[in-house]
Design a protein around this ligand. Structure first.
Ligand code: TRP
Length: 379
């Protein structure tokens, strides 16, 4: 079986460091490994409308931003098919038939959807039906491309589980047709969820605790220097906690041996003040290491991580028509694949009248018989 990857994001805001370690780096690695037959990356604009019906402009504006973020991180439209969900209407058709395979109760149990309802302040009386059913449309996104691998963050696991259930039900009712996918989480545990710069569990645009990929060096520095650390680490000599300390969590996610070699090297002796993160942590924990010093190091590490991304973005920003061109070409390619799957699905269900000669012939016969009957009927 071919190894086909599908993943995607809603275009509702710029991507941040959490996305970089949580998904983008892994996608680029997978893309460049050459191990996968096909990679589809969906800009899920239709899904984004499910809770933005009155704010389509936001979705529209962020399509380009998302594409620029993708490409500046190293996603290459020549190797990965980047496409717009709304450009592939076959996905809605698939969603329609999958809806019959899922109960309302099952949708209401989805823990991610429940959480999102909470974040959005929806009341029972104000949840759009489209929003409630987006996990089903996500199953269409995945199965349309015969994807067996879906690299996602752990918040998306309930969606993949829902997809697997739909695939199993479909194949049981209509015969083996759809591919059952599996989720792939980022390898590094710390990457599953990067906390906000304020120490909150999640980076969130509305709280303003994110470092964006497109932030300027000055913005990044300001955010890093203002980061939450250990609130009990009042004086430099106090022992500090590295566990729930976002500065150390970020260092865990982004620092590499080369950063220690460059930043902590004593010019005269050539010795490293700290050889690795464990040594830095140990010093902080026993006391005597100030927050400013680790924040300056973190700023250096993050700037080093973002510099090549910024440079690529600046280059791409000079070629906006080409970026859109790549999205439309990707969408055309995606649409062909989805159309093939839709045809297979309709055949499996039995809704392919145009090639269902058995059906049509039997009905011709049926009506011919009726004619015969009429001819011979006695009144
Ligand atoms: N739900 C995902 C998000 O919130 C976006 C998405 C849409 C997706 N379709 C997908 C992710 C299919 C993985 C697979 O960002």
């Amino acid at each position: 079986m071919a190894d086909i990857i599908l993943t995607g994001d809603r275009p509702t805001g710029r991507l941040h460091l959490g996305h970089l370690v949580g998904s983008l780096n892994q996608r680029v690695e997978m893309q460049n490994s050459g191990k996968y037959d096909q990679i589809f990356i969906e800009i899920a604009d239709a899904q984004a409308t499910t809770d933005n019906a009155g704010n389509i402009q936001k979705v529209k504006n962020n399509i380009l931003e998302l594409a620029l973020d993708y490409m500046s991180c190293g996603i290459d439209p020549k190797k990965s098919t980047i496409f717009l969900q709304s450009e592939v209407p076959e996905l809605s058709d698939l969603t329609f038939y999958y809806m019959n395979l899922v109960t309302l109760a099952r949708l209401q149990r989805n823990p991610t959807v429940k959480q999102e309802i909470g974040y959005r302040g929806f009341k029972n009386s104000s949840i759009p039906v489209g929003f409630m059913t987006y996990p089903i449309s996500q199953a269409a996104d995945i199965t349309a491309f015969n994807a067996n691998i879906v690299p996602v963050g752990d918040d998306q696991l309930p969606m993949i589980e829902q997809t697997r259930e739909i695939v199993r039900t479909f194949n049981r009712l209509y015969g083996e047709t759809l591919v059952e996918p599996k989720a792939v989480l980022p390898e590094n545990k710390i990457c599953h969820r990067l906390p906000g710069t304020d120490g909150q569990a999640k980076m969130s645009k509305s709280i303003g605790n994110c470092i964006y990929l497109a932030d300027t060096p000055e913005e990044v520095e300001k955010k890093v220097m203002g980061m939450f650390t250990d609130p009990n680490h009042l004086r430099v000599q106090d022992p500090g906690n590295t566990k729930n300390n976002p500065v150390f969590i970020y260092l865990e996610a982004f620092s590499k041996p080369k950063h220690f070699e460059k930043y902590f090297k004593n010019e005269e002796t050539g010795e490293l003040e700290y050889k690795n993160l464990d040594e830095l942590k140990a010093h902080y924990e026993r006391g005597g290491l100030g927050d400013m010093k680790i924040k300056r190091f973190l700023n250096y590490v993050i700037q080093d991580t973002l510099t090549p991304i910024r440079a690529r973005r600046a280059e791409l920003e000079k070629h906006i028509p080409e970026v859109y061109q790549a999205l439309f070409e990707g969408s055309d390619k995606a649409r062909k694949v989805a159309a093939e799957t839709l045809l297979k699905v309709k055949r499996a269900i039995g809704l392919d009248y145009r090639s269902d000669y058995e059906l049509i012939n039997s009905q011709i016969e049926k009506y011919n018989q009726d004619l015969e009957e009429k001819k011979t009927r006695k009144y």
